[in-house]
Design a protein around this ligand. Structure first.
Ligand code: NOJ
Ligand code: MG
Length: 573
């Protein structure tokens, strides 16, 4: 009788609680420059993407975010845009994007673009006009004559602010004879959101790409959007020293009380949300989403969700797993996951990011032996999963010579230090197969070299192998479609220092994810922390190196694990 009642309940739940398309999406980040080069110039482009959309379909991906594809001098690889309305020639044309959108639609895959609102390139027409104070552009950027220099000569920077990429955030412009603000490279001047012209223009940018047919945006560097205004004397206040370092050119030298996450920034986000919602309702199309990139304290990050009176972003990225590494054992992982859940405003959608184009690859950070377990977390924890291109095949960092290094953040650090800051090791071309350049490009030289492990680590070989990172990812994608993973309840425990376990349950179906974060074999009793679990559990999916075979049964109160083993078990009672 109990079972019958539960079955009915389960059916009702299963049919009744599916949310909007983005709420449990499996989002994939394409870094176009390194995805697929269709014209043999060594640089990935848009033309190659449509033919690979079926690949995304195979691996369950239902939303793709493209890192910036707009016209750019590529000083920061597209995060320095010189024409917000046009696609970079080396990536293709608007027709290539439209083709992606048409083909993606057939597969029900949503396409998101990168929106970079904080800054433009110094080559952008807007900046050029602003230099010359052309009407309407006088205040498009943050200009200031600077502080008087007691020693005479050129005036001093307006404040002590430091750029994220090191050195003063102010650069003197010889033509306008003023300083301009840049929170990143000098070639990335900050737009001035105190100017209504800027606010209007950037909303126009959003509407333009929406009208082309995209489904939303990943919003770049949002914490930096607005800075404090000048004070009554017309000056900018200095930021206090943080005490974290003595290096006054390092971003962490200051406490960024005047240049990050100001009230005006959140208001702008709420406004953009309205722009997107209005567009969706005017055109009677599906929801258009806004995802925030904010590397800040979790308490602050949560404010992007909005508040009682305003809808904010659909979600800010949750980077907690992307900031952890080999040091993080079971308790630390649980603590990070708990932190997000304890702070997220009620009813909001969560998400899991374990890597991106700015962080070392997850397989390198956690060690390749732990990579499968981390991917299981990102894919099976509640909410949205985010996969950075190559994570599904376990791509690792590839360390480049200084000569091959392209990342501006690293180039300026010189040959001895560049490897500390370089983001290139996580940006090398996708490893498709064992042919020239791993199938990425026909060119003799690619923009970044292909990692030298491509003969053994590539998609094609993993498709053919009986067990591989790819096959595991594919199996996890299948699991994501179950009711338990889509909408099921969630419980997480560290069984001891080494073993993390979480469950997802819907009706009679429970999935149990077990991750050994240590190199040693050990035996655990899952029922010590999950007393309601059945004793007999069916092996559903395993990490590649696990000796266990899917379909076999293991015992919950006496589960033997080998070093670094990760498992998904299933119980149906
Ligand atoms: C964050 C982007 O992900 C990163 O690649 C870029 O350098 C900065 N924002 C500046 O736009
Ligand atoms: Mg190309």
């Amino acid at each position: 009788m109990f079972k019958l009642v539960s079955v009915i309940f389960f059916i009702i739940m299963a049919s009744g609680c599916h949310g909007d398309w983005w709420e449990t999406m499996q989002l994939y980040q394409i870094y176009p420059r390194s995805f697929l080069d269709s014209d043999g110039d060594g640089i990935g482009d848009l033309k190659g993407i449509p033919e690979r959309l079926s690949y995304f379909d195979d691996i369950g991906v239902n939303a793709v975010w493209l890192s910036p594809i707009f016209v750019s001098p590529m000083k920061d690889f597209g995060y320095d845009i010189s024409d917000f309305y046009k696609i970079a020639e080396e990536y293709g044309t608007i027709d290539d994007l439209k083709r992606i959108l048409t083909e993606a639609k057939k597969l029900d895959i949503k396409i998101l673009l990168d929106f970079v609102p904080n800054h433009s390139s110094d080559q952008c027409e807007w900046f050029q006009k602003s230099i010359r104070k052309e009407p309407g552009f006088e205040n498009f950027y943050v200009w200031h004559p600077g502080r008087e220099n007691p020693a005479g000569g050129r005036r001093l920077p307006p404040s002590n602010w430091v750029s994220v990429f090191r050195n003063s955030a102010w650069t003197w412009h010889p033509v306008r004879q003023e300083y301009y603000l840049h929170q990143f490279l000098p070639e990335q001047p900050d737009l001035n959101y105190r100017d209504p012209n800027v606010v209007a223009e950037m909303k126009n940018v959003l509407r333009f790409w929406l009208s082309v047919g995209v489904d939303g945006f990943r919003v770049d560097a949002i914490p930096h959007l607005v800075e404090v205004d000048v004070d009554a004397t017309g000056n900018y206040p200095d930021e206090p020293l943080s005490g974290a370092t003595d290096d006054e050119n390092d971003y962490s030298y200051l406490e960024h009380i005047h240049t990050r996450e100001r009230e005006e920034t959140f208001s702008m986000v709420y406004d953009w949300r309205k722009t997107l919602d209005d567009y969706a309702s005017e055109t009677q199309t599906s929801s258009k989403v806004l995802l925030m990139e904010a590397m800040s304290d979790v308490d602050i990050v949560m404010q992007y969700y909005g508040n009682a009176t305003h809808e904010g972003a659909h979600f800010p990225f949750n980077f907690l797993l992307a900031f952890l590494n080999k040091e993080a054992k079971a308790n630390k992982l649980k603590q990070s996951i708990d932190e997000w859940f304890s702070k997220i405003p009620e009813g909001r959608v969560t998400n899991w990011v374990a890597g991106n184009h700015d962080q070392p690859r997850l397989a390198t950070r956690y060690g390749p032996e732990r990579s499968d377990g981390v991917v299981m977390m990102a894919m099976l924890l509640p909410g949205v999963s985010v996969t950075y291109q190559g994570e599904e095949i376990g791509m690792e960092n590839f360390y480049l010579s200084y000569e091959d290094t392209q990342d501006p953040q690293a180039c300026k650090d010189g040959p001895d230090m560049y490897n500390i800051t370089s983001r290139d090791p996580a940006r090398t071309p996708f490893q498709w197969n064992t042919t020239k350049n791993s199938g990425f490009s026909d060119a003799d030289k690619t923009w970044l070299p292909v990692a030298d492990n491509y003969l053994t680590l590539n998609l094609d070989s993993q498709l053919k192998a009986p067990a591989s990172a790819y096959k595991m990812y594919e199996a996890l994608a299948q699991l994501r479609r179950t009711e338990a993973i889509q909408n099921g309840s969630f419980q997480i425990e560290a069984l001891n220092d080494d073993v993390l376990v979480f469950t997802r349950t819907s009706g009679f179906e429970t999935y149990v994810v077990v991750i050994n974060t240590d190199k040693d074999n050990l035996t655990v009793n899952l029922r010590s922390k999950f007393p309601n679990l059945d004793n007999d559990l069916i092996i559903s999916t395993t990490s590649v190196k696990s000796p266990k075979i899917p379909g076999f049964v293991v015992s919950a109160n006496n589960l033997e694990l080998v070093g670094y083993e990760a498992l998904v078990l299933r119980s149906i009672s």
